[in-house]
Design a protein around this ligand. Structure first.
Ligand SMILES: [Zn+2]
Length: 467
């Protein structure tokens, strides 16, 4: 054995070791067969009205389903039956405690000087005014920040009117800044002595339909009634305030709290063939506001995720490697209550949730795919986006958050993707009586379903780890 041979052998051993180390760390590819199946599912979804059929059934047979109400209980029974009828491998529920709130009546009018009625809706979970309502001067505050800065002497004994206007945007980014007035305005106004609060609707339409949505009372403030004016009525009130002061309003909001009731998250599973305890988590929320029939918020998300799992199950010869779990969350609108209960109940097995995604942004087409996954698995999401390419979907560099419900599990470390929908028109309808089935374009729903089957199938079939 000469020296040169020894050197050569040593180098080749060294090379061999480092190559095998590299092989262990190299990104695990998406197999050709998986890609072929995903494309086939995509094309099938583009011809399928299965999501629309589920959405039509939910909005017609159940309709409005306010969290904690008898209608939500009815929706839960409806969903259990539907998932069983569709042949899901496992259907079960997990309990969720929800405070039951009831809208009874809501009325507002200007009593001086420009006497006329206004179109309003009580915000969700609003306290009632005293019986017979309140009559008080309006104090105009442009934004929540201006309310924080306002002198209590200007607020005391009055009805606060916050007039901030939500901006229209494809991503819905106008919602966050505007919605503070709805969520936090009431407690801040009450701390400064207001009798009630009325806000411009958090919405982008010009119809005379006010937008409801949750108000969050803080413990240290009195609970005053909170309502939203339709956007044309908010414009009207602003014109009045420019012409004359004081403007006096009569506001009568009657609501009732009934204490805690037991609702449930409804869960359907397609059991994984190889790693049944590892879960791809998808879903939407089953509850809706009480004004419309909850077609876009969030009947569409329920229908899409149920239809996607069901199509994978019905189309392929074999179950995907990992389990697909569809969760239809309870009482999202009242404070993400069902998702918080889910995250708590699954604290110990969060590690088994391999990735998650939610559909809760209406029924507009999907245009981008964002992710929050490890660097080593980002190529899998790239591949998903590539297969979704013919649907008009691009890969987004934005960090995904997983949606309002699934995001609760995301916060505990589960990787997530966002199938980003075009929300340009979403806030025209959001939380109004106009959230009805006729607003849903069946073609857009098929496009959504096509993207959802690609994501869900590849996520459940790819053997690697997104963490
Ligand atoms: Zn929603």
């Amino acid at each position: 054995m000469n020296k040169s041979f020894f050197l050569k052998a040593a180098t080749s051993v060294a090379f061999f070791v480092s190559a095998s180390a590299m092989a262990q760390q190299a990104p695990l590819p998406v197999s050709e067969n998986t890609i072929k199946n995903a494309a086939m599912l995509r094309d099938k979804a583009l011809k399928s009205d299965s999501a629309y059929e589920i959405l039509e059934a939910l909005t017609t047979e159940v309709g409005p389903r306010l969290g904690g109400s008898d209608k939500e209980a009815e929706a839960i029974q409806w969903a259990i039956k539907r998932l069983n009828d569709l042949g899901f491998d496992k259907v079960y529920t997990e309990p969720v405690m929800v405070e039951k709130w009831q809208r009874i009546s809501e009325r507002a009018s200007i009593v001086s000087p420009y006497t006329q009625p206004l179109h309003i809706t009580a915000l969700g979970k609003s306290a009632a005014t005293p019986k017979g309502g309140v009559t008080a001067e309006i104090v105009h505050i442009p934004t929540y920040e201006a309310l924080l800065a306002a002198d209590p002497a200007k607020i005391e004994g009055k009805i606060v009117f916050i007039s901030n206007r939500m901006e229209r945007h494809k991503t819905g980014k106008g919602y966050g800044p505007a919605v503070q007035a709805r969520g936090k305005g009431a407690s801040e106004a009450a701390r400064k002595g207001a009798k009630a609060i009325i806000i411009r609707s958090i919405g982008t339409d010009s119809h005379r339909l006010p937008h409801t949505g949750g108000v969050n009372y803080e413990e240290d403030a009195p609970k005053i009634a909170a309502a939203a004016l339709s956007n044309p009525d908010a414009d009207q009130l602003e014109r009045m305030l420019k012409r004359s002061k004081p403007i006096t309003m009569h506001l009568d909001v009657q609501t009732k709290f009934h204490g805690e009731v037991e609702m449930a998250n409804v869960i359907g599973e397609i059991t994984g063939r190889e790693k049944p305890d590892e879960v791809v988590l998808i879903g939407g929320h089953l509850d809706s506001w009480d004004l419309g029939t909850g077609a876009i918020d969030d009947g569409a998300g329920v229908a899409l995720t149920v239809a996607a799992a069901n199509m994978i199950q019905d189309t392929l010869q074999m179950r995907p490697r990992k389990t697909i779990r569809v969760v239809l969350f309870s009482a999202e609108e009242l404070g993400i209550i069902g998702a918080k209960a889910y995250a708590k109940a699954h604290e110990a097995d969060i590690d088994k949730h391999v990735i998650g995604a939610e559909s809760d942004f209406g029924a507009g087409p999907i245009w981008a795919l964002a992710s929050k996954v490890s660097t080593d698995s980002a190529h899998v999401i790239d591949k998903m986006a590539q297969i979704m390419g013919p649907l008009g979907v691009v890969r987004s560099a934005r960090k995904a958050y997983g949606g309002p419900d699934i995001g609760e599990v995301g916060k505990l470390g589960m990787p997530a993707v966002d199938l980003m929908q075009d929300g340009t028109d979403y806030f025209d309808l959001h939380h109004t009586a106009d959230d009805t089935l006729d607003k849903v374009n069946p073609e857009h729903l098929r496009q959504n379903l096509a993207a959802w089957v690609v994501f869900t199938y590849i996520a459940a079939e790819w053997p690697g780890d997104f963490r």
